[in-house]
Design a protein around this ligand. Sequence first.
Ligand SMILES: *Cc1c(COP(=O)(O)O)cnc(C)c1O
Length: 400
Amino acid sequence: MIWYPYAQMKTLDAPIKVSHAHGVHIYTEDGHDLIDSVSSWWSVIHGYDHPEMNAAIKDQLDKFAHIMLGGLTHEPVQKLSDKLASWLPGDLDYCFFSDSGSVAVEVALKMALQFNTNRGSDRNTILALEHAYHGDTFKAMEVGDDEDYHFAFGAKGEKKRGVIHIPTKIADLERTFTEHGNHLTCFIVEPLLQGAGGMRMYDISFIKRARQLCDQYDVLLIFDEVATGFGRTGNRFVADLVQPDILVLGKALTGGYIGHAVTVANRKVWEGFLSDDPTHALMHGPTFMGNALACCAALKSIELFDREDYISRIHHIEEVTRREMSGFSDPRVKEVRIMGGCVCIEVYDSKVLEGFRRFAYEHGVFSRTFLKYMYAMVPYVINDSELITILDTMKAWFSF
Ligand SMILES: *Cc1c(COP(=O)(O)O)cnc(C)c1O
């Protein structure tokens, strides 16, 4: 029996069975051809069955699939860390690989906490955002702010110890630093676009002010770009605009081919662990960190991202989306939000979206709404008519 994600197994609608997939198309066993509006949880940026991605993995497979990084190393992982060091902004050069975004967030938080213990500081509070989502492991849930997870920390409404959540408003940010700045270890954010918390978009001025305050109060700034990285916001990384001390990447890192993630530290954080004292070392080591197939997929994915000028494609996707959504309104719709390769229709009442998944399926689109949010995060290789089919299907749901 398969236990499916985020699902009440007693009432689960049978998932759609896929036979194969190519480009932005998912082909089902019952003969449907669905345009994918979700990119397999926002990761499959090159589409499915990409010939160059396939070849990169097959070539490595003939050498070896996986070798542990404990005491051993290999060319794909060395090449990928070199590539990331030169490709990412500033001195974000020190790459710790892991197998999923949640684990990479755990590593980032562990780095920030231990960075402080290593220097003898007793700072003990983490700052995070309201509506934050950072993954499903325990520390990630703790810095997250999702009603669905409050079971893990006791009664609803009970404050999580050691974590402060603030809205994305500069006044709240400034007040929190004035009150708590000297006790903060780090500030973790999904910059510009909060994904699973409801596709919430906010302004870069908040992030810029956060950087200033983190510098002023000596607090590490962590960007969780697991969702926003690799172009989703229309920027290659938000880290290109404002540089964090620790950057977390996942999802699209491997073009959605193999689960892998990386926590990238800057020089200051790295140096906080260099010591003659063995207890100052970072004690972490996921079994599959630096998996060779994943590294080869990531290297090819980055090559395609640059070579095919994905940033221009994403700007084009945003342009078409804005054009197609302009003038759309409905009394049931609270807001339409668009940023880069993300569009979200927020409704007042989640009941309004019940049945949309089936409706989309019958219109040749795969969609997965959640709570009050109907959204699309398309693969960047999508063409205009495919994109318009998705947007028309979203709008059509409100026209009957
Ligand atoms: C998806 C996501 C994660 C968790 O990544 P997994 O690979 O699912 O563990 C963490 N942070 C953000 C912002 C995400 O969108």
